[in-house]
Design a protein around this ligand. Structure first.
Ligand SMILES: [Zn+2]
Length: 127
């Protein structure tokens, strides 16, 4: 089950990221030393990597808002990988981000269902 990061930002708002599985916090706010170390390594590695821009692919911007968009995006990514236009490393990164998007979409759907159930309860209690 997807959990929201419990970190409260200096402005008083709760972090909107998803918590890492098994933790109450997201990758950025997790106080666990092992996670902090992994984050530091990811930042260092990110600074040294080839970078997505260097691929110089002329791709259209994508807007992934529902499950059909996720399927289309994954199909496009698979085709880019199969044709050698992106590396397995880039494909992995895109798959990870797509997974996060899918989780966010599911979280959004659940929130809507939860709201409808609450509204129906209120209406039935008023009768
Ligand atoms: Zn967070």
């Amino acid at each position: 089950m997807t959990k929201q990061c419990k970190y409260i930002k200096p402005d008083g708002n709760q972090c909107q990221s998803f918590a890492i599985q098994g933790f109450d916090f997201c990758f950025s706010h997790c106080p666990d030393p092992e996670v902090k170390k992994a984050k530091h390594q990811a930042v260092v590695k990110g600074g040294q990597s080839e970078g997505y821009k260097s691929l110089k692919l002329n791709l259209r911007p994508v807007s992934v808002k529902n499950t059909e968009d996720v399927i289309d995006f994954l199909n496009e990514t698979i085709n880019l990988l199969r044709s050698g236009q992106i590396s397995p490393k880039v494909a992995n990164c895109l798959a990870y981000l797509t997974n996060q998007l899918q989780r966010a979409i599911e979280f959004q759907k659940l929130s809507i269902v939860e709201r409808i159930i609450t509204e129906r309860k209120i209406i039935s209690e008023q009768k």
